[in-house]
Design a protein around this ligand. Structure first.
Ligand code: IMP
Ligand code: MG
Length: 191
């Protein structure tokens, strides 16, 4: 098996793997810095309270693991898994809960933790689904917000980065269940 190898091509950091080129979009340092800021914001906003972080699996697991250690108030965790893409790079538009929450969120303060908002369909579905369980309030924290035209308003209160409309991998995000363990966010270059 080939190991991940970095190369510098025209001053750009590129990872070469199986003849695939993956370019770094957000490196570790920027991720760390921004995740820390977001954690501080949540700490400030929720001081004296005890929100439930609802981590949307699988993509958000690294983000949540990192940001929760920058949040300096007691938080509760729960996990939910949804499937929206199948195994492709294009959103199918069909959202399905494959693992539901274990805790009740009724009358609780909820922060939905997402890896990325693309079409926004997954988030809209989640908001509707969770709102029906009568939380006290609910906000959204997403590491990445993709620049795609959307019909619905943006509901992300805590946002890490705006990114161009590219398919990205790493820091939890996958392509066909691979590359989640890259320590950076990168994109697969075509050709
Ligand atoms: P949406 O429903 O189109 O907003 O897509 C949301 C979900 O699709 C995210 O939670 C991700 O799991 C996945 N997704 C969207 N864009 C990307 C991407 O660029 N790379 C990897 N996964 C993505
Ligand atoms: Mg995925």
């Amino acid at each position: 098996m080939e190991l991940y190898k970095f190369k510098e091509i025209n001053g750009e950091k590129v990872l070469i793997y199986n003849n695939m080129k993956i370019k770094v979009l957000i490196d570790e340092k920027r991720l760390r810095r921004r995740v820390r800021e977001l954690g501080q914001e949540i700490t400030r906003d929720y001081e004296g309270r005890n929100p439930i972080l609802v981590s949307v699996l699988r993509g958000s697991f690294i983000f949540v693991a990192d940001i929760c250690r920058e949040i300096k108030i007691p938080v509760t965790f729960d996990f939910m898994a949804v499937s929206s893409y199948g195994n492709s790079k294009v959103s199918s538009g069909i959202v399905r809960i494959t693992k539901d929450l274990e805790l009740s969120i009724e009358n609780k303060e909820v922060i939905i933790m997402e890896d990325i908002v693309d079409s926004g369909r997954t988030l809209n579905y989640l908001l509707k689904n969770l709102q029906a369980r009568n939380p006290k309030n609910m906000e959204v924290c997403a590491l990445l917000d993709k620049d795609v035209p959307r019909k619905t308003e943006n509901k992300v209160k805590y946002k890490g980065f705006d990114i161009p409309n590219k398919f990205v991998v790493g820091y939890g995000l996958d392509y066909e269940e691979k590359y989640r363990n890259f320590p950076f966010v990168g994109y697969i270059e075509n050709g």
